[in-house]
Design a protein around this ligand. Structure first.
Ligand code: ARG
Length: 466
């Protein structure tokens, strides 16, 4: 059995853990990435310990210097992580204590249970801020692509069947709206991440007169009014992972939104649609078929939504039925959280880059949008404006469409006699219905794909995202 110098076992244990147990239970292989936030948390905790008289000023400066030095070494890859020290918290503390005797006082009134909750909250705050700005960048990419193709009209689809014409920009702006809600959800989630659990101890706080507000303020756990935010129940403080679930749920929804955008891009890039061209740098080839150019960025983004949804389910399952308070099960939270954060951030970034390197085949789009059937509903509205009840108009236009189909003519090539043969309400002005430009200018409702309205929305988003 391999002996270990695990700090948490000193005294109580006659031997270190079996090598296979140490291997099974270590988390350093993935939680090392919390090191910066672990050090930040320790610096704040140490400052507070000095304030309440547990550390002298000299001890505090020695601890500070030691932690900063360790941080330097980690940042430059010179720090040796020891798996036998289990996790990031033990690795840093043990190394500090080796260098600075006062390091042995650092863990006063602190447990790894509140420490890890603190570290993850600190880490996640940065992660959320970074993701929010990536989401905004993706929104900008969408707006830019829409704005630089502002005249392009494509068929809008329901059931993946041609339905009604929309500006290409309008289609893209639908995703800008989704992403805006995603950004809002991330910000909501941030408010609940931004609460300091330090001082919860292992589960029951401490008999030491800690200044929890002081630590919270030091670490920026404050609300908009500058009031320190600290957890109000020590048992909840060490075992709450709701904030991770919220982040993973929000991220899963982002991934789902991205998968829909990816699917549209994949369809548009197919020879069948051919609405867009993605620059070579953002496509890949086939090892066998020399002609292939594949939209792999979009496909991978669509595919990766699976693991992000999986991470959310894994996390919920991890928490389900878990008794109070901290249980080692909770160590399983971090890989799911990290994977979600890394995956979603990469997908958002790559989709933005891909869209910035995408152009629109305006002629192909124009040809698709010129399908007069897209204006069948406009034709019904034309009859309604002449006083016909909509249900009847729907029926009449249905008959017109059937006639066009039977005679092998496009809807807009039927003669006035053809129209009037079905209903006398049609007059010579019926041809004006099929003027696509005019049809688009008739869509004036807020949220509709009308010429002015889409221009207004593009301008609104440009300003909002500037
Ligand atoms: N590595 C642990 C985790 O990620 C830190 C907390 C360990 N606490 C304990 N009592 N063993 O959950």
């Amino acid at each position: 059995m391999k002996k270990s110098s695990v700090v948490s076992r000193s005294g109580r244990f006659a031997s270190g853990p079996a090598a296979e147990v140490a291997d099974f239970s270590q988390s350093i292989s993935f939680d090392w990435r919390l090191w910066q936030h672990d050090i930040l948390g320790s610096l704040a905790h140490a400052a507070m310990l000095q304030k309440i008289g547990v550390l002298t000023k000299t001890e505090l400066s020695a601890i500070r210097r030691g932690l900063e030095q360790i941080g330097e070494e980690i940042a430059t890859g010179r720090f040796e992580w020891k798996p036998e020290l289990e996790d990031v918290h033990m690795n840093i503390e043990a190394e500090l204590t080796k260098r600075v005797p006062a390091g042995a006082k650092l863990h006063t009134a602190r447990s790894r249970n509140d420490q890890v909750a603190l570290d993850v909250r600190l880490w996640l705050r940065d992660e959320i801020a970074a993701l929010v700005s990536e989401v905004h960048a993706l929104q900008r990419s969408l707006v830019e692509l829409g704005a630089s193709n502002a005249e392009v009209i494509i068929p809008g689809y329901t059931h993946l069947q041609r339905a009604q014409p929309v500006y290409f920009a309008h289609h893209l702006l639908a995703y800008v709206e989704m992403l805006e809600r995603d950004g809002g959800r991330l910000e909501d989630c941030y408010a609940r991440v931004n609460v300091c659990p330090l001082g919860s101890g292992a589960l029951a706080g401490s008999t030491m007169p800690l200044d929890r507000e002081f630590v919270a303020k030091q670490l920026g756990f404050i609300d908009e009014a500058g009031r320190p935010q600290i957890t109000q129940n020590s048992m909840d403080g060490v075992s709450d992972r709701d904030f991770m679930v919220e982040f993973c749920a929000t991220s899963a929804l982002i991934a789902v939104h991205l998968s829909r955008l990816a699917e549209d891009v994949i369809l548009w890039f197919s020879s069948e649609f051919n609405f867009i061209k993605i620059a070579d740098a953002y496509t890949t080839g086939s090892s066998l078929m020399p002609q292939k150019k594949n939209p792999d960025v979009a496909e991978l983004t669509r595919g990766k939504s699976g693991r992000v949804i999986g991470n959310l389910v894994a996390l919920l399952t991890l928490l389900k039925g878990l008794p109070m308070t901290y249980n080692r099960d909770l160590q399983e939270d971090k890989e799911r959280l990290f994977d979600t954060a890394d995956t979603v951030r990469a997908c958002v970034r790559l989709m933005a880059a891909m869209l910035a390197n995408t152009s629109v085949n305006a002629t192909v789009c124009a040809a698709a949008a010129s399908d007069p059937l897209l204006l069948a509903t406009d034709l019904a509205d034309y009859l309604v404006k002449k006083g016909m009840p909509f249900r009847k108009a729907h029926h009449v236009v249905g008959a017109v469409v059937a006639l066009a189909e039977k005679s092998g003519q496009p809807l807009n090539r039927l003669s006035l006699a053809d129209f009037q043969g079905i209903d006398r309400t049609f007059t010579t002005d019926v041809t004006s219905v099929f003027d696509l430009k005019k049809a688009m200018s008739r869509r004036k409702l807020t949220g509709a794909p009308g010429t002015l309205e889409v221009r207004k929305q593009l301008a609104r988003w440009k300003k909002a995202l500037a």
